[in-house]
Design a protein around this ligand. Structure first.
Ligand code: PHE
Length: 446
């Protein structure tokens, strides 16, 4: 979408930003991060960071975008009058590149699972077979690369035409269906044998299991899940009309995101314990646990296929936003979108190859004790996003005039007046302090 385009309505904007936010972050990454970091304690710290850091950052990005009506790179320059702030926008674009390069790997897995569920080959198996099946699927280089390429091709095909009404309309039906299906899953999962052990793991915090690294993971997750820190939401909100209520939008996006993360945890952990799986199972967690849960349901295969289709949709809407910010920067709202989308997509694919292969032929390659995929994720979520957010919070609270901020936050919002002083204090003091402390302590603990 070019800079002079607009969302068809504020609802459309909420759907698009919620579409960007809700995706693999809440549905795939959150459960396995919580699983590897001790469950309940991680969830609590994640919630804390979401309220104190992620949500205020989302509002900050909305303020910059809507006020400047420019894409991320141009926005900072326009507001500060200094070209050196452009680099903050570029930081976001580079991070989007990295994120999409590994995001598309998981997108490819979802695509593969969707296709497999059509053939019925994922149901009727013993629960303990799902782990090996998953490993053999993602470990195969041809499958990994082809599915990643296919996922990117779908993303590019949509983004090249601009963010259309189509996505807005589809989101209206797909998102609620996804919620509904999750509720069914939660019910099934909670009625499995031994399910309470999983509920306890997820909801009873055991802080002895949380490390400094886990705290950084929770901070990274609060950014990743809300798509903040890389100025993507600056670009998205630049397409908003002057009088839309951005404060209200923040509440909707954050609320939906927390709710779906909660549902994901409640669907997965009871089943993990019931089937005797390992909660710290890593990136394969939902791909091994959920098919096993569906297997215990009537019409399991139909549910599984529907679930994978909805998950694919949620994943795609996030991928669109990542490619959109890259294309918006490259074309500056005028150039050839089609060409920009395909060329960027090609380079993203190349960059993503090592991540795709890191679950198979390249699984022995590691850096600082992490595989290639994890290194890319760490770079984006635990370094680029927090550093980006730190700089954005400094920019907004120290480079922008307070009355402009107040105006933006209060526009159309009844609670804006009450929210503003708290938000301003958070963004000026708490956000930068929290990010700095977490980054330094966790990096020192390496
Ligand atoms: N928030 C998305 C998700 O949870 C991922 C994402 C991160 C999208 C950053 C855009 C920017 O799946």
């Amino acid at each position: 979408m070019s800079t002079n385009e607009q969302w068809s309505s504020r609802f459309g904007f909420i759907l698009a930003s919620a579409g960007s936010a809700i995706g693999l972050g809440a549905l795939w990454k959150f459960p396995y991060m919580a699983g590897t970091n001790g469950g309940g304690a991680f969830f609590l710290v994640f919630l804390l960071f979401t309220f104190l850091v992620g949500a205020p950052m989302l509002l900050a990005e909305f303020v910059v975008g809507r006020h400047s009506k420019k894409d991320a790179v141009a926005a900072y320059e326009e507001i500060s009058g200094s070209p050196k702030w452009r680099s903050l926008g570029y930081l976001g674009v580079i991070a989007s590149f990295i994120i999409l390069s590994f995001y598309s790997v998981i997108g490819g897995w979802v695509l593969t699972y969707l296709l497999r569920s059509f053939s019925g080959s994922l149901t009727g198996l013993e629960s303990n077979v799902y782990g090996t099946l998953f490993e053999s699927i993602i470990g195969d280089p041809a499958t990994a690369l082809l599915s990643q390429a296919a996922f990117l091709a779908i993303t590019i095909s949509v983004v090249q035409f601009g963010i259309q009404k189509g996505i807005e309309v589809a989101s209206k039906y797909m998102m609620p269906s996804l919620f509904l299906l999750f509720i069914i899953l939660v019910v099934r999962s909670l009625t499995l044998e031994n399910s309470l052990e999983g509920v306890a793991f997820f909801l009873q915090p055991d802080f002895s299991k949380l490390t400094a690294e886990g705290v950084l993971d929770a901070l990274g997750q609060s950014f990743f899940a809300l798509s903040v820190g890389i100025s993507l939401m600056v670009t998205y909100s630049s397409y908003l009309s002057k009088n839309a209520n951005i404060t209200g939008s923040v509440f909707s996006v954050v609320g939906l995101n927390i709710f779906i993360s909660f549902l994901a945890g409640l669907a997965i952990f009871p089943a993990v314990f019931s089937f005797g799986f390992e909660p710290a199972g890593g990136p394969g967690l939902i791909f091994t646990v959920l098919p096993a849960v569906f297997n215990q349901m009537a019409f399991g295969n139909l549910f599984l296929a529907t679930f994978m289709a909805l998950l694919l949709f949620a994943t795609l809407t996030s991928a669109f936003s990542l490619l959109e910010i890259i294309v918006a920067t490259v074309t500056k709202g005028q150039g050839n979108r089609k060409k920009a989308a395909w060329i960027s997509g090609f380079f993203i694919f190349i960059l993503g190859i090592p991540s795709a292969l890191s679950f198979g032929v390249l699984s022995d390659v590691s850096l600082m004790g992490r595989g290639i995929f994890d290194v890319m994720d760490f770079l984006a979520s635990n370094l680029f996003m927090p550093i980006g957010a730190l700089l954005i919070s400094i920019f907004v609270s120290r480079k922008m005039k307070k009355d402009i901020l107040q105006n933006e936050v209060m526009m159309g919002s009844k609670i804006g007046k009450v929210i503003f002083p708290a938000w301003f204090a958070l963004i000026r003091y708490i956000v930068p302090a929290a990010i700095t402390i977490v980054l330094i302590t966790s990096l020192l603990s390496y």
